[in-house]
Ligand binder design. Structure first.
Ligand code: NAP
Length: 283
């Protein structure tokens, strides 16, 4: 039987609809959740991501504060901008689109964001709290993946989860959230000698390597849940994940497509975190 599809687009729409009453409740108290989005430079892919985030805010009733800064902005001025937003009570969440143009230091800029406005979950304090199993803001993509598992009734407890990738944004927080949910977690990376041998033991696979076609059918245990975080461009300019979707679909129990899987969930969890930040600030 072919794998069932985890429809990230439909789940994202459901979760966004669930935000409406929370945003309405905040409004009755005179609060509108606000997200500041900073884009530095003119990278076209970053510009698209930022546009999508700003639009998602507008569609959901979250106020967006968009700042487009020149690539040549100095570090001191960028940090000063972030600190001003930290002080602004109308701004509940701050996101600086990564990667930043050189020589700007992305992590230094993230550390300048007040940790209770770091709705991307990338500040060292938030990463540390996630590591300790008591996250304040979960990093958006791994948070979205956990919601996808929940939506199909898969409880990670007691399962073997294999995460491909160890970045601070995806792989590491993903592993920590799965661990907190009582999975046994294996983290793979570019120096892992036999990826297939590990994947074949996995009940849950999260692929976040950014390598098109890395995960193939013969690496997957029959019935496993396969979530594809990867976003790669095909030679034809189309979006493709890290998983050979056609092949793996014949073996897995569940699979998330690219596009229409993790992508819409990532933006949605940013909105969820922003509403949560506004609720915390309003109490
Ligand atoms: P990243 O910082 O480049 O990290 C990639 C990770 O994959 C690294 O840890 C790397 O290992 C590992 N890796 C690379 N090749 C591998 C291989 N052949 N076997 C095993 N591991 C391998 O990327 P990222 O920011 O985590 O993002 C990962 C992917 O997810 C990208 O395609 C990105 O575009 C996508 N993404 C999608 C969303 C979404 O919303 N859909 C959100 C975020 C990211 P080393 O550490 O050893 O180099």
């Amino acid at each position: 039987m072919p794998a069932q599809i985890i429809d990230g687009k439909a789940l994202a729409a459901r979760l966004r609809a669930e935000l409406a009453p929370r945003i309405a409740a905040l409004r009755t108290r005179g609060v509108q959740p606000g997200l500041a989005v900073i884009l530095v430079g003119d990278d076209p892919a970053s510009a698209v991501y930022v546009r999508n985030k700003v639009k998602a805010c507008e569609d959901t009733g979250i106020r967006s504060f968009f700042e487009h800064l020149p690539a040549g902005i100095g570090e001191a001025e960028l940090l000063a901008r972030v600190r001003r937003l930290n002080q602004d009570p109308a701004v509940h969440g701050i996101l600086v689109q990564m990667p930043l143009p050189r020589p700007l230091d992305g992590q230094k800029v993230v550390e300048a964001i007040a940790f209770d406005k770091d709705v991307d979950g990338l500040h060292a304090t938030n990463a540390g709290l996630t590591l300790m199993g008591r996250p304040h803001f979960r990093s958006c993509t791994p948070y979205g993946v956990m919601k996808m598992l929940e939506s199909i009734g898969v409880n990670p407890a007691g399962k073997h989860a294999v995460v491909i990738g160890r970045s601070n944004m995806v792989g590491k927080p993903m592993a920590m959230l799965l661990l907190a949910a009582h999975a046994t977690v294996t983290i793979c990376h570019s120096a892992t000698p036999d990826l297939g041998a590990l994947l074949r033991q996995a009940d849950i696979v999260v692929a976040a390597a950014g390598r098109r076609g890395l995960v193939t059918a013969e690496m997957i245990k029959p019935g496993a849940v396969v979530i594809d975080v990867g976003t790669n461009k095909t030679p034809e300019g189309k979006l493709a994940g890290d998983v050979d979707f056609a092949g793996v679909s014949r073996v897995a129990g569940w699979i998330s497509p690219v596009p229409g899987g993790v992508g819409p969930m990532t933006i949605t969890m940013l909105l969820v975190n922003t509403v949560e930040a506004a609720e915390r600030a309003a109490t």
